[in-house]
Structure formats: C-alpha cells, structure tokens
Design a protein around this ligand. Structure first.
Ligand SMILES: Cc1ncc(COP(=O)(O)O)c(C=O)c1O
Length: 404
C-alpha cells in the first residue's frame, strides 16, 4: 500500500542540493577528479578540547537519561555568557535562550510558531533555501526582498509597499550572508529595528556565519542594535564556528515571546539534546576561542587564494566580507545552469547554481570554501584556464553555444 503524504509535506520544495549532486555524480562515476565546492559543509575537525569533553560526558550516566525539555541550565547560562563576552549583549538564560537541534530546527519551526496560513513573510531573494521549508509547512505567503549587488546585498525597506509592510509578520535576515557573503552594517540593523517596530514584524536574524568575518572585521550580532530584542531573535549555530555541523547544536536568543514559542514547539517535538553534546557545546562557548579565530583565518586565506587566481578572468566578484562563500556573477550571456555546466564539464568543479537561492540568484553561482587549500587553489586554476576566459569578449557567446 502507498500512503499519500499530507498537503503540508507536498508543499515542501525539492531539496536543492540533492539535485546538484545528481548532475555531478555521472562524472565522478566515470572516474574524473571532481572538486566539490557546491555545499557548505565544514571540512575541518571539531577542536580536540570539545571532543574530549564529549568523551568524558559519555561516561556520565546522567547523560543516558532524558534531560530537561529545554536543555540544561549550564548550557543556557553558557550561551548567555557567550553573548555577553562576545557582543556585550545581555541575555536572560531562563527566558531568552532556546536550545536547538542545529539552528535549522529553529529556522524551520519559527514560521510554524508565528504564521497562520496566508500570512506574509518577508524573504530576501536570494536566500538560504531552508527558510522556504518552514514557510511552506506554515502555508504562508512570501513577499520578496531583493538583495542586489549595487546595495551590497542588503534589502531596501523603502521599497516595501505599505500594504505588504502592514501584512508582513516575519522577516528573515542572514548576515554574514549565504549565498552572497555580504555583511551587515550597524546602520542597516538600526533601520531594520525601526522598520520592524513601525510595522510590528518579527525579525529572525540567522547568524550562522557570525564568527566568520574577514579583513579584521567582526560581524555584528543583530542583538547589539538598540531595540533589537523588542523586535526579534537571532539564530546561532556551532556548526560553523566550532566545526560541529554533524553534532546538531544551535540556539536562538532574543525576544522572550518568540523564544517561548520556539520552546513550546520543541516541547512537543523533541526532548532536548543528548547531554554529552550539551556539555561539549557549553565547553566550546565558555572555552578558549583561539580555534574559532584560526578557522576564520583559514577561510580568509582560502578566499584570497581563490580570488587571486580568478583576477585575470574578468569575472565579476564582490570580495567576500564573511561566511565561507564566494558569489560569482556568471559571464555575460550565461545562465547559472549554463555556467554550472561549463565549470563541471570543463573544469570538473562543482558549484551551487544561484537560482537555487531565489530568482535573483539567477545569473550567479556560489562557490564554497570548505575544502582544503590545495583543492581550492586547484579549482581556481582550472576555472581560470577555461577556454571561455581565453576567448575575446565578442566570441564568448559563440563559445557558450558550442559548449552546450
Ligand atoms: C545561512 C544558514 N543558516 C543555517 C544553517 C543551518 O545550520 P545548522 O547546522 O545549525 O542547522 C546553514 C547551514 O548551512 C546556513 O548556511
């Protein structure tokens, strides 16, 4: 017997990264040395002091039992201590922290927590695709906020019409940004608070790449903005900051009512996380942050290696200010998919096509820097040597036609 999935499940979009992988699988099967810069999966191991804490915690039978629904106090206190130490932001561990099974769990459930069918959510275009999953489950409507290169990939609230602004209940933001690698400014966050206050919109700031800022600039937490806690929350994850993507641990901090809603949802779907992971996460947040700084330096070096090789190609790339992505405009006349195919078939490099992040991602591809330095350099060299970049501008369209 086959059982029909629910309407909610049917509304879920296709998993974008799965589609990309199947395109590359053929070449890999044929034995080609394909370099995968398509996904954002940290390649380096979790720092040893965190792993050691987990090992010790595994010997403690307390962790074999169900833990408190909303996480152990020591973890929520470590989160508060982290926000105070890193950002000078005061957070009440009791009422302003929700422990999450990876930030994605909260990112998906916040739409179900705050939106009813037909409600409007303001969604940047392009954006990390997983926001769509929660929005689809909640059966909410999307109003798109364009992120354009000429505006440093920050949305312009002045362009949101009064009807949409009045209808909107939730606004997603994400800086350092996936996929564009842009960072936010204090002025932009102040505008965001003003816009949200005026229109009674909840801001959900996804700070997944919060520790990865380049050229000496530490990315701003949204909660550093005066009034931010009144209007929203911030999602943080240890996936990227401490290379703990497989551990599934993140949290949300900020507005008490939203944190309570996230917690209520979790009370019904989860019973917190394994205690050993909570202990290790608390250690990571309270411990020496040298490894976090070293990791950022590694990504910055990879960014520099990659960009230096591509300088001669004339590709239009805004120097990434944070995250571990490079957002590249496809050469004139190429769609994202066409440029993806050239990179895959000629350079044997997998990237992510920009259209997977929204309609305004069309014409771009995203490169992820979560591969070893030599792989990044090799990929950049192969791209720089494409026939495409050797042909005079006028012949590029012709080169494209013959490739397809
Ligand atoms: C922008 C953004 N937000 C959230 C996540 C999810 O992170 P987590 O591992 O905490 O679920 C990712 C993962 O790639 C991401 O890129």
């Amino acid at each position: 017997m086959t059982f029909e999935p629910s309407d909610a499940l049917k509304r879920l979009p296709n998993q974008f990264f799965t589609r990309l992988r199947s395109k590359a699988a053929k070449l890999i099967e044929q034995g080609y040395d394909v370099i995968d810069l398509g996904i954002g999966n940290p390649d380096l191991p979790t720092p040893a002091f965190i792993v050691d804490e987990l090992k010790a915690a595994a010997d403690n039978p307390v962790n074999d039992r169900y833990g408190p629904y909303r996480g152990y106090d020591y973890l929520r206190e470590a989160v508060a201590a982290y926000y105070w130490r890193e950002y000078g932001v005061e957070v009440d561990p009791e009422t302003e922290v929700a422990v999450l099974h990876g930030s994605k769990a909260g990112i998906v459930s916040i739409s179900q927590c705050l939106l009813n069918p037909g409600d409007t959510v303001l969604l940047p275009n392009p954006a990390y695709p997983d926001y769509l999953s929660g929005i689809a489950l909640a059966d909410a409507e999307i109003a798109s906020l364009p992120l354009l290169a000429e505006n440093n990939f920050l949305p312009e609230y002045g362009l949101v019409g009064p009807t949409i602004a009045a209808k909107a209940k939730l606004l997603f933001l994400n800086y350092p940004n996936n996929p564009t690698a842009a960072t936010a400014t204090a002025e932009f966050f102040a505008d965001t608070v003003a816009f949200a206050q005026k229109n009674q919109i909840c801001v959900a700031h996804d700070f997944a790449y919060g520790t990865i800022g380049f050229d000496g600039e530490k990315p701003l937490s949204f909660l550093q903005t005066p009034g931010a806690k009144e209007v929203g929350i911030e999602f943080f994850t240890l996936s990227k900051s401490h290379n703990m993507a497989g551990w599934r641990i993140g949290f949300a901090v900020g507005n008490t009512s939203v944190i309570e809603s996230l917690n209520v949802m979790q009370d019904h779907t989860n019973v917190s996380l394994y205690g050993g992971i909570q202990q290790a996460a608390a250690k990571a947040l309270r411990g020496d942050q040298t490894t976090v700084k070293e990791l950022t330096a590694i990504y910055e070096k990879r960014r520099n290696l990659f960009l230096a090789e591509l300088e001669q190609t004339g590709l239009e790339i805004q120097k990434p200010k944070g995250s571990f992505y490079v957002w590249i405009k496809a050469p004139d006349g190429f769609t994202s998919a066409e440029f993806f195919d050239v990179l895959l078939n000629e350079a044997h490099v997998i990237v992510a096509t920009g259209d997977g992040f929204g309609t305004l991602g069309e014409g771009y591809v995203r490169v992820g820097l979560s591969q070893a330095d030599d792989q990044i350099l090799e990929a950049a060299k192969r791209i720089a040597q494409l026939t495409l970049f050797k042909a005079p501008i006028a012949e590029k369209t012709l080169v494209r036609r013959t490739l397809s």
